[in-house]
Design a protein. Structure first.
Lengths: 213, 587
């Protein structure tokens, strides 16, 4: 096997300017968006909330989910419903986790799905509000029942159904708030829990360009 | 004609005609009989009856890649559609525009496990760009037109339209391609001019540049290939290409380094490793190209021109991402670079070429042909020598060692002349593909360079070749082995050759004869040229059984998990410990 001997000494990294190449392009740099200024090689995972505007046609949800499972991406939460009944558009909100490069890949892959009109990363495109709705059935009598009701009040939960020995509470808030409420209800007779998954919306004025409905 | 009542089945034929389709590759069955009835009653579209639906898709791929037009396939429901899945996946990986129309059980029976029912759109969702189940005849025409639009727009790829039998029988309103809504799908073709300008600046100051081109240049069209050639010649920079991009820059061009990658040329891979500016045009940093990602071209600034945003930064981070169509981007790049004075650092680039020419002296493809046993490289080299001056030559390949040798030893001087399965690596691709190429170019010389194992995977298409009198030349390098599997078992698995040979190969000459084709046996180096000439002289399908050395390995080779500058060269390479732990898990 012939050995490899570079006759030209690599000039890079030898002029003291460690990450500038002779081409005056910063190694590891990329295009213009502020998002890209973060360290691309960062290996820590991030949680991102994505909003997709899609044609509400047969199989569109399967296409989106299939892309996540087929390429090994995570889904933490997923909600979908038609938001424009005349234009047949649905909004899919996906909460996902991954390294910055994986998140970029997910957005690019989603953008290539034919019935997907827009992909918005609410985590990076300014400030967004996130809400989740959950229903809790809590069964108990006596003190625990009173305590459950008292805590529900603190969490601004609505009582949407009641029997003599049970409540169904409705809580709306961040996923974190719902987790916290569930933790409190567990010792107080929490029997069943249903969550919608996150829906999210950007704050402030809507950019006409963005196409967000 | 724009608005007319007709049955769904006639709509299919009408829509194909309006899309300019002249050939359809297909196989009939219960759920497409109404469409076949319409095909019977017209003569503007030729139908080629294949012998297996996988063959139909590969034939359509050969047609598409050799013409630049979409390949069209017609199959029945259930097994017809599932047999097509490998072809669709192949087309998706290699960005080949395919429109596949499949029959489906009638809408009222969908979900009932009806005879020959399969969830075709479900099964093919991950292996198409997009697919549709058409439930109303009124939507059929516009869906077919949209399917052609999606297949051809942006990064091309396969699409599927699933048509239930009752939709084919029912009547509806036909609309032509111009009136059809083709949806919002319209990928961006113009690149960001700011980044293009940065690339022009980098071209001015680079000392060790390289163009790394791929199939995207060919998919972009003849204009893109022209612009690439102009840019390479004007800058004087070296150019290498992936397997899929061969022919975009001519192999006889003066700046050509040869193919790069796992079995690419020494000089091409070392130039990739040592460059300071890598200009990737229409390639995707595939793992066959990069080797160990962490050590991939460590000192270079990289530009990446790709029409698919998801290709950018997927594998390799680039400093200059340019999302757009190759032809548009190269046009803008040339304009900007010229307006700035068309400068390069010529003395430095000259020094770079001196280095490359040093690497070339290694002569990484050299081999010696001695004795009567034919070495496969020699067979390919002679095939090249005897056919390279043919004015209209197309080369297809199967998958394996022969494919790499063909890529190394055969020179493609024009785009769309080289049909091979790159991304998916589909054994059985080459023969049906050559049928598709020959259908599109009836008077051309179409050669399928094959291995006996790959070729047997779709050998039933002999029937097709003979029926349509397609003079495809099947040049089989017969080593009675799965050569590439055998090579990896030698390198990686202690020479335990588990199931990598066949003990019951057919007599290929008799096999050809049985189908009504011509068979030629070449088993002696002295007879090689005469055998090839006999193949070329015969006007009809030919199968050449070229018996070659059984234990030949394909070099040069970057062992899996190694960087570009750790290549194995030639026969004296120390292959014992070539692949280390870590590399072994890679394919």
């Amino acid at each position: 096997m012939a050995s490899y001997s570079p006759a030209i000494t690599p000039a890079l990294y030898q002029d003291g300017k460690s990450d500038m190449s002779p081409l005056n392009i910063k190694k590891g740099s990329s295009s213009h968006s502020a998002y890209d200024l973060r360290d691309y090689h960062e290996q820590g995972t991030e949680r991102h909330t994505l909003a997709l505007i899609v044609d509400n046609e047969a199989g569109v949800l399967a296409r989106v989910i299939g892309l996540f499972s087929g390429r090994g991406y995570n889904i933490e939460s997923l909600t979908v419903a038609e938001i424009d009944h005349t234009g047949h558009r649905s909004r899919i909100t996906v909460v996902t986790t991954g390294t910055p490069s994986v998140i970029e890949q997910i957005k690019a892959q989603l953008g290539g799905v034919v019935p997907v009109h827009d992909v918005h990363d609410l985590t990076t495109e300014g400030v967004a509000v996130e809400r989740e709705l959950a229903l809790f059935r809590v069964v108990g009598k006596g003190d625990v029942r009173v305590e459950a009701l008292r805590l529900a009040d603190i969490f601004r939960a609505q009582v949407v159904d009641s029997t003599l020995d049970s409540f169904v509470f409705e809580v709306t808030g961040t996923s974190h708030k719902i987790d916290a409420f569930a933790d409190l209800m567990r010792p107080l007779g929490l029997e069943e829990l249903a969550r919608t998954g996150v829906v999210a919306l950007a704050r402030g004025e809507i950019d006409a360009e963005s196409g967000l409905v | 004609m724009e608005q007319e009542q007709m049955t769904g089945a006639s709509m299919v034929v009408q829509a194909l005609q309006d899309q300019g389709v002249d050939v359809v590759f297909g196989y009939p069955g219960g759920a497409v009989l109404p469409i076949y009835d319409e095909v019977f009653q017209q003569n503007r579209i030729r139908h080629v009856l294949v012998r297996h639906e996988q063959g139909a898709v590969h034939a359509a791929e050969g047609y598409a890649r050799s013409t630049g037009r979409p390949g069209v396939v017609l199959v029945t429901s259930g097994p017809g559609a599932t047999n097509a899945v490998t072809g669709l996946t192949d087309a998706l990986m290699d960005s080949v525009p395919i429109v596949l129309l499949s029959g489906q059980v009638p809408t009222f029976m969908i979900g009932n496990d009806a005879f020959q029912e399969a969830d075709t759109v479900g099964i093919t969702r991950p292996c198409t760009k997009h697919n549709w189940l058409v439930k109303e005849t009124d939507r059929l025409a516009s869906t077919i037109h949209e399917a052609f639009h999606v297949a051809m727009s942006g990064r091309p790829g396969p699409v599927l339209v699933d048509i239930p039998k009752d939709v084919q029988f029912a009547s509806g309103t036909y609309i032509g391609p111009d009136a059809a809504q083709t949806g919002h799908y319209a990928p961006k073709v113009k690149g960001d001019i700011e980044v293009i300008t940065s690339l022009a600046e980098a071209i001015e100051s680079t000392k060790r540049p390289i163009f790394y081109t791929g199939g995207g240049v060919i998919n972009s069209g003849d204009r893109a290939c022209e612009l690439l050639r102009r840019l390479v010649d004007k800058t004087g920079f070296p150019v290498t290409s992936t397997l899929m991009g061969l022919g975009a820059y001519p192999a006889n061009g003066k700046n050509w380094l040869g193919m790069l990658g796992m079995h690419g040329l020494y000089e091409a891979n070392l130039a990739m490793h040592d460059c300071d500016l890598m200009i990737n045009v229409g390639a995707r940093f595939d793992d066959r190209i990069t080797g160990r990602v962490q050590d991939f071209s460590p000192d270079s600034v990289k530009a990446h021109v790709d029409i698919d945003p998801s290709s950018i930064n997927k594998v390799i981070h680039v400093e200059l991402p340019i999302i757009g169509d190759v032809a548009h981007v190269l046009e803008d790049l040339l304009k900007v670079w010229k307006s700035r004075g068309a400068k390069t650092d010529a003395p430095a680039v000259k020094e770079w070429w001196d280095q490359i020419n040093e690497w070339r002296k290694v002569d990484c493809l050299k081999f010696e042909q001695t004795g009567s046993t034919i070495r496969p490289q020699h067979a390919i080299q002679r095939l090249e020598a005897l056919t390279k001056d043919h004015p209209d030559r197309y080369i297809c390949t199967e998958v394996g060692q022969h494919q790499m040798w063909a890529a190394q030893y055969m020179g493609m001087n024009d785009p769309k002349r080289w049909m091979t399965s790159g991304g998916l690596g589909t054994m059985g691709y080459g023969f049906p593909s050559s049928i598709g190429v020959q259908m599109a170019h009836p008077d051309a010389l179409v050669i399928n360079v094959a291995g006996e194992a790959s070729w047997l995977m779709n050998m039933q298409e002999m029937g097709t070749a003979v029926q349509y009198r397609l003079p495809v030349k099947q040049f089989i390098l017969n080593n009675e082995r799965l050569g590439m599997v055998r090579q990896w078992q030698e390198l990686l698995h202690g020479e335990r050759y588990s199931h990598s040979w066949s003990e019951a190969l057919p007599d290929f000459v008799k096999l050809a004869d049985a189908f009504g084709a011509k068979g030629i046996l070449i088993d002696n180096a002295a007879d090689l040229d005469d055998g090839i000439k006999e193949m070329l002289a015969y006007d009809g399908p030919v199968v050449v059984d070229c018996v070659v050395e059984k234990h030949e390995n394909c070099f040069p080779m970057i062992p899996s998990g190694e960087p570009h500058n750790k290549m194995l060269l030639g026969e004296n390479a120390d292959t014992g410990n070539a692949i280390k732990e870590g590399g072994a898990v890679l394919v």
